[in-house]
Structure formats: structure tokens, C-alpha cells
Design a protein around this ligand. Structure first.
Ligand code: PAF
Length: 291
């Protein structure tokens, strides 16, 4: 356990418990390798605390349950010292950075949350078991940190939808707050995985935000679902010659991720995922379809 001026860093549930004061609490869950997108979540948590009082807790845990066997669990950046330094002075009271053994003392949990149909499409189809791993750890971290509100990034839109569904379906007493995507000046959504990209890959990656922005612009101009989807695909460019592979680019219902048809009017989400080399990138834009 280390204690700075105001920021307490704990690594075990035993040390976390006494650090939680009675009263309201905001929690930001992360896998570390913090960037400005995470710091936006923290800033939003701090705003909430300024209004309501209480504590802000940040969790840092690279959750093995949500990585597939071929994925980057081992290679995932672990930068706790820099993360704690980045959080200092931002109104965070406690950082809970448990080990795998602290979080899963009996080994990988036998009981896991079933994300249901929303967990089987798009990211869930490409990453089998991913959302079961996410919901299981989010449920455990909610249980351990006991927050009043938990803040999640809009960038992981399917994760956000599933966390909301879990909270509703399992009657969890926590309010989920979504925080908008933070982008680089050139439009690339911030991600801890962006650091894997070489300079040419970084350029290729811009196809995704370009596509998402084009679809959003079409929707804002009154286009219907089919035109929005087409505008996004047109802006994506030629994947094979431009150095990336497309996993999906689709207009969906933001609550259940079903694909929307041309007759749809109302809220929608344009979601996309590409692979640049071995790096997967996801992006999205909330839309209102009027046309
Ligand atoms: O979004 C993430 O960083 C992770 O999926 C989360 C919510 C911290 C669970 O491991």
C-alpha cells in the first residue's frame, strides 16, 4: 500500500475495504496504460464528486478473462507507475490495482456472466468469450468498490451497452455514465493499443475515423440508414491496398446492436472495426436518423 498526498494505491481487496469511506462513490475501471480518454473519465468522475461529494476510485487491472488465447494479454502494456503519476492531482482518492490472484484467488472463476445475444455479435463474434470476461470482472469490481456511479467510455460502445444491460437485468444499484470518445487531432480515437502502430500503420488507421465521420455527416445531413452506411464504406477506401482489413462497418441499434434497416428513424450507432497489421481498432459515432 502506498499513500501520496491524497492518492492511496492499494493492491488487495483487504486493503481496499478500509479505504472505502461511507457515502457516494464514483468508479472508473481501466486496464491501465492510461491516456487522455481515461483521464476524461476521471475528470467526469471528479465533476460528479464536486457536485455530490464522496470518493473517486480508479481500478487498474488487465483482466485475463477477456483476452482470447491468440490475443495480446501478455503483451498488453502494464505501466502502473506512470498511470499513478498521471492520476495524481486529478482528485482520485484510491487506485485499486489488484493482482490476478487477488481478484481470482481460486483461479479462473467457474461461474461467469453470460452476456446474452448482444455479446455474440460484432466484437463478441470476433472475440468469443470476450464479453463474458468483461462482464464478470466488471461485476466483481462493482462488488468490491461499491460505487454509486461507474463511468465507461463510449468508444467501447458494445461493452457499454452490455454493462448497462447487466445493471438493468441483475438489478445492480449503480448508475452507469457514458463519456464521449477522445480523439487525436487527426481523428484517431485514443486507445492503449494505438502505441502498437508503426508510422505507416498509424496513417492506414485513419481510414476508420474517416469512415465513421463520413457516416455521421451523412446522418446529420438527413440521410437514411442505407445512405449513411454507404457513405461510411465509401470513405473507408480500399482496405487491401491501404494496409488494413475491415472486420465490420455497420449501422446498429445502440441498445441491442441489431442491424438497422432503411425504414429506421431515431437513435442509431455507426460502428466499425479494422485490423492494421496485428492491431485491432474500433470506433463509433452516435447518430440520429431522420431521413
Ligand atoms: O474497457 C476496459 O478497459 C475493460 O474492458 C474494463 C471495463 C476495465 C474491464 O476489464
Amino acid at each position: 500500500m502506498t499513500e501520496g498526498a491524497r492518492l492511496l494505491v492499494v493492491h488487495t481487496w483487504a486493503d481496499l475495504r478500509p479505504a472505502l469511506r461511507p457515502g457516494p462513490r464514483a468508479v472508473v475501471m481501466t486496464m491501465g496504460a492510461l491516456h487522455q480518454g481515461h483521464l476524461d473519465l476521471v475528470a467526469r468522475a471528479q465533476q460528479w464528486r464536486a457536485a455530490v461529494g464522496g470518493q473517486v476510485v480508479v481500478t487498474v487491472f488487465v483482466n485475463p478473462l477477456q483476452f482470447g488465447p491468440e490475443e495480446d494479454f501478455e503483451a498488453y502494456p502494464r505501466t502502473l507507475e506512470a498511470d499513478v503519476a498521471a492520476l495524481a492531482g486529478r482528485g482520485v482518492d484510491v487506485v485499486y490495482a489488484p493482482s490476478v490472484v487477488d481478484l481470482y484467488p481460486a483461479g479462473p472463476p467457474l461461474v461467469r456472466l453470460n452476456p446474452g445475444p448482444v455479446g455474440e455479435v460484432f466484437e463478441g463474434a470476433i472475440r468469443p468469450g470476450h464479453f463474458a470476461g468483461v462482464l464478470t470482472v466488471v461485476h466483481k469490481l462493482l462488488g468490491r468498490t461499491q460505487p454509486t456511479v461507474a463511468l465507461f467510455g463510449q468508444k467501447d460502445a458494445q461493452q457499454l451497452a452490455l454493462v448497462r444491460q447487466m445493471v438493468a437485468d441483475l438489478d445492480l444499484a449503480v448508475r452507469i455514465v457514458a463519456v464521449p470518445i477522445r480523439r487525436e487531432a487527426d481523428g484517431l480515437a485514443l486507445s492503449s493499443r494505438n502505441r502498437y502502430l508503426s508510422a505507416p500503420q498509424r496513417t492506414a488507421a485513419l481510414a476508420l475515423p474517416r469512415a465513421v465521420a463520413a457516416g455521421a455527416a451523412a446522418a446529420a445531413a438527413g440521410a437514411g440508414v442505407t445512405t449513411v452506411r454507404q457513405a461510411a464504406w465509401d470513405a473507408l477506401g480500399n482496405a487491401s491496398s491501404d494496409g488494413f482489413e475491415t472486420d465490420y462497418l455497420e449501422v446498429v441499434d445502440p441498445s441491442d446492436f441489431t442491424v438497422l434497416g432503411q425504414a429506421w428513424r431515431g437513435p442509431a450507432l455507426l460502428i466499425g472495426a479494422i485490423r492494421v497489421g496485428t492491431t485491432r481498432l474500433i470506433d463509433n459515432a452516435p447518430l440520429t436518423i431522420t431521413g
